[in-house]
Design a protein around this ligand. Structure first.
Ligand code: N01
Length: 575
């Protein structure tokens, strides 16, 4: 049986849900396929203890519906995973989206059929979908929109002996729906990125003993843990039109709106940023443009080392993120790194543990900023052990746990918090074949090549939401998603209105765009030689080292997309 919608959307996370809403409203017949048993994407799969968002919820929310903005109550400033998933479910119900979504349906191959200008999706139904009556085995659509997410394919390192472990194995990015009881268990966790840092304090509270296997220490700063105040939420609601406009003008798609009416104290003009710290930097200027920034009042280099440490001791580690020069000037960056390490020394009881937790091989701003709740305090507990797997490497996983070159650690539960095959993982896993059987995996062998992160030459009518080469993960994802969904929807409508059948990026346009993406990333902390991050693909063995998101800022990117349309879809071939 073959289903033939106008538009096939792959994924029912925040991108797929809004795309469905929007394209259905434009009059298209839309089908969504989703591997999970419900909506939510990232927030469906990442249910590990401690999971929460690193962007304030009043900003990390859809802007397309005024009534939704007015109705939805967020319980915390930075929401936890269950509350974000609740919101996703509410949106699905409110806009009656589920009737167009085939859950428990995984895309296994996607092939372009040139003769009838359609994409044929081969799909597989998971066990849970057996209740559906005669689900289609194939879907053929003129347009295919990949809403597969930037961080959706878990990265699980291949460790010797991994299959021999007889205990429970979990991955933070594929956490079970059923609650996991860790009471009385000896738990081991590999990985100290955002997921590990969020999970570790919560796991320590539950487990009998927690052993953390760390390869690279992290710079993490305390997250905002405020409950939502009704007055603050109301002030946002009263100003949402302006807030959405401010998001459009901000490099990271965050308005940083300050609800002055509801806050007791007026904003002070000192060096410490007053708005909630998010994981999205407000500036990404290259080092070459730094001389003037270094003179700014909020430059860390204008303080003595003693003043820096005093400030951080008084006001917290996140003070370091308020200095603009930290992101752009290597001397300032090292000053901040050193202050961070000194402050850590004062926070951790055991100097050996403190030294192990201190990052030394890269600087602040290289990776996505990690935010935590009680991370460092957790290492002062007697029932938590930190193992540095650089000093004492993992030799093998055994039947009973992990063996390093120093000793055996017996475990009941082993958790991988080892991240994702980011940005390209889900697209490459989909076995996409374009014109003349050309495989996307071959085209992207040396790194992703796409025009505006939206489309690829050789793959007509196939679109990627927040694809590589777009601001995506360097932007408030909801803002980036809405902009892409709208652009693609307008494009498909334009084709129909003008009796056109297809759109495809030209090879010149995509090569030029990739060159521009690389050029703007050059000279930032993200691409320093000492930096290894999933932005660069360096967390996955064998993956090409290339900076994947667009760091030139969301407004500049959006304007570029608008200009392309104004110039008659410049850089695309329409037919
Ligand atoms: O993944 P990561 P993540 N042996 O890649 C280690 C978003 N997110 O899931 O640094 C030992 O950052 C690896 O070590 P190293 C957010 O955008 C957001 O934590 O490669 N260790 C590292 O410590 C985030 O940036 C939130 O040396 C190994 C860790 O595993 C992104 O997701 C919450 C290893 C992986 O860290 C990814 O975060 C959670 C090995 N073989 C996630 N392989 C929010 O707050 C890997 N590691 C919204």
């Amino acid at each position: 049986m073959t289903n033939r919608p106008d538009v096939l959307i792959v994924g029912a996370g925040f991108a797929g849900m809004y795309a469905l809403y929007r394209y259905r409203n434009l009059g298209f017949n839309v089908t969504v396929i989703e591997a999970g048993s419900d909506v939510g994407g990232t927030w469906f799969w990442n249910r590990y203890p401690g999971a929460r968002c690193d962007v304030p919820s009043l900003e990390y929310s859809y802007g397309f519906s005024k009534s939704l903005e007015q109705d939805w109550d967020w319980p915390e400033v930075f929401s936890a995973q269950p509350d974000i998933l609740k919101y996703a479910n509410h949106v699905a119900d409110r806009f009656d989206l589920r009737q167009h979504i085939q859950f428990n349906t995984r895309l296994v191959a996607l092939e372009y059929m040139e003769t009838d200008n359609r994409w044929r999706a081969t799909i597989e139904h998971t066990a849970e979908s057996k209740e559906q009556s005669e689900p289609a085995a194939q879907i053929e659509a003129q347009f295919c929109v990949m809403a597969t997410g930037c961080l959706s394919v878990p990265n699980k390192p291949v460790l010797p002996g991994a299959d021999s472990f007889t205990g429970t194995v979990l991955h933070t990015g594929l956490w079970p729906k059923e609650p996991v009881d860790l009471t009385g268990k000896r738990v081991g966790i590999i990985g100290t990125g955002s997921s590990g840092v969020q999970a570790i304090p919560e796991l320590a509270k539950q487990a009998e003993h927690l052993t953390v296997f760390q390869r690279t220490p992290v710079y993490t700063v305390p997250a905002n843990r405020k409950a939502m105040r009704a007055a603050v939420q109301q002030e946002f609601r009263d100003n949402y039109d302006d807030i959405r406009e401010m998001q459009q003008k901000n490099a990271g798609g965050v308005s940083n709106f300050r609800p002055v009416r509801s806050l007791r104290r007026p904003r002070s003009d000192n060096a410490v940023r007053q708005e909630p710290i998010t994981a999205i930097p407000s500036t990404s200027l290259p080092a070459s443009s730094l001389s003037s920034v270094a003179q700014a009042p909020n430059a860390i280099l204008s303080l003595t080392p003693e003043e820096r440490l005093e400030m951080v001791t008084e006001r917290g580690l996140n003070t370091l993120l308020s200095f603009r020069d930290v992101y752009n000037n290597t001397e300032a960056n090292e000053a901040a790194n050193e202050t961070f390490r000194q402050a850590l020394g004062n926070m951790i009881d055991d100097p050996e543990v403190s030294a192990r937790l201190s990052p030394t091989t890269y600087g602040l701003g290289c990776k996505r900023q990690v935010l935590d709740r009680d991370y460092y305090d957790t290492f002062n507990r007697d029932d938590v052990t930190l193992v540095d797997v650089i000093d004492t490497p993992i030799e093998t996983i055994t039947r009973d746990g992990i063996r390093t070159n120093e000793k055996d650690y017996d475990l009941d539960v082993l958790i991988y918090a080892t991240g994702f095959d980011a940005m390209t993982g889900a697209l490459l896993k989909a076995n996409i074949q374009g014109r003349d059987g050309k495989r996307l995996a071959d085209k992207w062998q040396d790194g992703p090549v796409a025009y505006l992160g939206l489309q690829m030459h050789g793959f007509p009518n196939l679109f990627t939401i927040t694809g590589p080469g777009s601001p995506s993960v360097l932007c408030n994802m909801l803002v980036a998603i809405e902009q892409h969904v709208n652009w693609i929807g307008d494009c498909i409508k334009y084709l129909g209105d003008n009796n056109l059948e297809s759109i495809e990026a030209t090879p010149e346009a995509e090569v030029d765009w990739v060159a521009h993406v690389n050029e703007v990333a050059e000279g930032t902390m993200y691409t320093t030689p000492s930096c290894n991050s999933w932005y660069l693909g360096s967390n996955v063995p064998g993956k090409a080292r290339i900076f994947m998101p667009y760091v030139g800022g969301y407004p500049r990117y959006r304007e570029q997309c608008e200009q392309v349309v104004a110039n008659g879809y410049e850089g695309f071939c329409l037919g």
